[in-house]
Design a protein. Sequence first.
Length: 113
Amino acid sequence: MKIHEYQAKQLFAQYQVPVPAGRPAFSVAEAVAAADELGGYPVVVKAQIHAGGRGKGGGVKLAHSPEEVETLATQMLGMTLVTHQTGPEGRIVKKLFIEAGQQIAKELYLSLL
């Protein structure tokens, strides 16, 4: 089964695993509305594709205003995101995840098979 980051975080939240607040968005207008609902900036605009390396490929960006969210969402939705896991053909971005920005001291990645 392949799920997007926003779906995984919804599952975590159902089992009381702490996750940052976030909302999926399927259009530019939904992305701006989601950022407003989160109640503060910065927010992170994240392309949702089934592949890792999204940040290095330009699919994870920080936004400090509604205008930045609009610009980033416009750029990302419909783009072909190429990462080390997609191969040169990349994947088309059809969904975004708008997440509350966090102060990060350390990042860890976990994968379960």
